[in-house]
Design a protein around this ligand. Structure first.
Ligand code: FAD
Ligand code: SF4
Ligand code: SF4
Length: 480
């Protein structure tokens, strides 16, 4: 066993420092500091180099965690970066925003008695160092193939696939309806979890490596799906899920009740320096207002914490289950509580009051019942338990469903599941249409960045296999 390792008994877990609440409430910068080289090496050395590393088993990318921890502990950071980036296209992003408590770290074998190895923070440190040292280089395609792949969606699934395919020499064209690359990484997830430079840096690197981005292009509006298929030898659909679940009831149409993603996109755009009329008019600005956010997932947590930073007078999160049954990461709930967010558990809205402008929410208490068919405890309304919460801004964060792609794209042979997600052959990643593949949230339903990366990589491998079969020999052009 290497001398540098197995230090979990002597060295306590020491996650990176978190900024003081008073400072982080005032800006959108990330709240966790980076490790220093010494701290990263010490924390990595706590790993016990398990024969069966459950951390890797529970990482959706199957990252070779013990190996890069050992290399980091020995200060061999360039090699650590090589190993880490061989299975993950964006380790610095996963290191920041994976819910590690439910994935790698939650399954670290020393976790029970000694607190887990701080895997995510070391992963982030390795790749941040690699960028600083210039070890992260744009793709140099080994050869230029004539075949082209059209990818719809520049989120993590589309970008991971783009990188993998470009590395093989394909002509890769990524289309996105937004004006920046990144999908939810750029316009959904706020800067206090993932600073925007980190995402833009990746986008620039991919462009430099020969990936063509076609931004402000919406498939179904600016180009038809049929045109796209005709243009490319294969197409990958990585369009995410964007149909926000809504809430009804009396008063649901009042001004000041807004969808979560509208609110987060406006805030992220403002941070990026864009003109955002809906923010400037006050419609999507929480400053000085009593805010109620409805929901208990990651999106709701991002909304409450954004409202704090915008200077809301008060921020309340209303969720129909309890803390133990929240879908959002418990780490983010704890961060929100520290930042002054009030959680009202086991409560669901029934109506909204106000004249034209919302003035508050009427909610009822809930109790948890027996598990339903999905295994989750059902929720039942407690009779006569209504209460009122004052609010001049209500943010609906109830989750997302897929858009109706077959109708939007007039393509009714594109098969979807009963939830509207795209049906694929799980081995080939191919949809019901030949040469059309799909990956990420549009296949899984709303999920995680790390799963989108995994799917993007797997889909790219399958597209490569498909194109290799369909290509005639000699389909190559000279490298420029
Ligand atoms: P997306 O990231 O949604 O990208 C899809 C892209 O397709 C978008 O850029 C969109 O503009 C484009 N597109 C859609 N339709 C078209 C069209 N017709 N034409 C052209 N372009 C189109 N996951 C985590 O792991 N950790 C977190 O902390 C976390 N926080 C989150 C916070 C919020 C607010 C939200 C909403 C999600 C969060 N997630 C988090 C989930 C994660 O962001 C998603 O699972 C992931 O981004 C899915 O990747 P994707 O590539 O499938 O889709
Ligand atoms: Fe953990 Fe996510 Fe990194 Fe995998 S990608 S090791 S789950 S932080
Ligand atoms: Fe190291 Fe924990 Fe992974 Fe074991 S499970 S190899 S101790 S990080």
């Amino acid at each position: 066993m290497p001398e540098a390792m197995l230090k979990f008994m002597q060295l306590p877990q020491q996650p990176p420092e978190k900024r003081a609440v008073e400072s982080r409430q005032r800006d959108f910068h990330e709240i966790y500091a980076s490790f220093s080289a010494t701290e990263a090496a010490r924390q990595a050395s706590r790993c016990s180099q398990c024969g069966i590393p459950f951390c890797s088993v529970h990482c959706p990318l199957g990252n070779n965690i013990p190996d890069w921890l050992k290399l980091a502990a020995e200060g061999r950071l360039e090699e650590a970066y090589e190993v880490s980036s061989s299975t993950n296209n964006f380790p610095e992003i996963c290191g920041r925003i994976c819910p590690q408590d439910r994935l790698c770290e939650g399954n670290c074998v020393i976790e029970k008695s000694f607190d887990s190895v701080t895997i995510g923070a070391v992963e982030r440190f390795i790749t941040d160092t690699a960028f600083r040292e210039g070890w992260v280089k744009p793709i140099v395609a080994p050869t230029e193939l004539t075949q082209s792949v059209g990818i719809v969606g520049a989120g993590p699934a589309g970008l991971a696939a783009a990188e993998q395919l470009r590395r093989l020499g394909y002509q890769v064209h990524v289309y996105d309806r937004h004006d920046r690359v990144g999908g939810l990484l750029i316009y959904g997830i706020p800067g206090f979890k993932l600073e925007k430079d980190i995402v833009l840096r990746r986008a620039a690197l991919l462009a430099e490596g020969g990936v063509h981005f076609h931004l402000n292009v919406e498939v179904g509006r600016d180009v038809t799906f049929g045109e796209l298929r005709a243009r490319h030898d294969a197409v990958l659909l990585a369009v995410g899920v964007y149909a926000a679940r809504d809430i009804g009831g009396p008063g649901a149409g009042l001004t000041g009740i807004v969808p979560a993603l509208d609110y987060l996109v406006a805030s992220n755009r403002k941070g990026l320096g864009d003109a955002v009329p809906a923010f400037d008019s006050g419609a999507l600005d929480a400053s000085g207002r009593d805010v109620v956010v409805i929901g208990g997932g990651d999106t709701a947590m991002d909304c409450v914490r954004t409202a704090v930073r915008q200077g809301a007078a008060s921020v309340t999160c209303l969720y129909r289950r309890d803390r133990a049954n929240m879908p959002g990461s418990l780490r983010e709930v704890a961060n929100a509580e520290e930042e002054g967010v009030r959680f009202v558990w086991l409560s669901a809205p029934e109506a909204f009051f106000g004249d034209e402008q919302v003035q508050g929410v009427i909610a009822s208490r809930m109790r948890l019942g027996l598990p339903d068919s999905s295994g989750r405890q059902s929720v039942q309304t407690v009779p006569d338990s209504q209460f009122r919460l004052e609010a001049s801004l209500v943010i609906k964060a109830l989750g997302f469903d897929p858009e109706d792609l077959p109708s939007l794209w007039s393509e009714d042979t594109l098969d979807v599941s009963r939830w509207g997600t795209l049906k694929i052959n799980p081995k080939s990643f191919q949809t019901s249409l030949p040469g059309v593949f799909a990956a990420g949230d549009i296949v899984r339903g709303a999920s995680l960045v790390v799963w989108a990366i995994r799917d993007g990589r797997d889909a790219a491998a399958q597209i490569h296999a498909y194109l290799a079969q369909t290509a005639s020999p000699g389909l190559r052009v000279a490298a420029e």
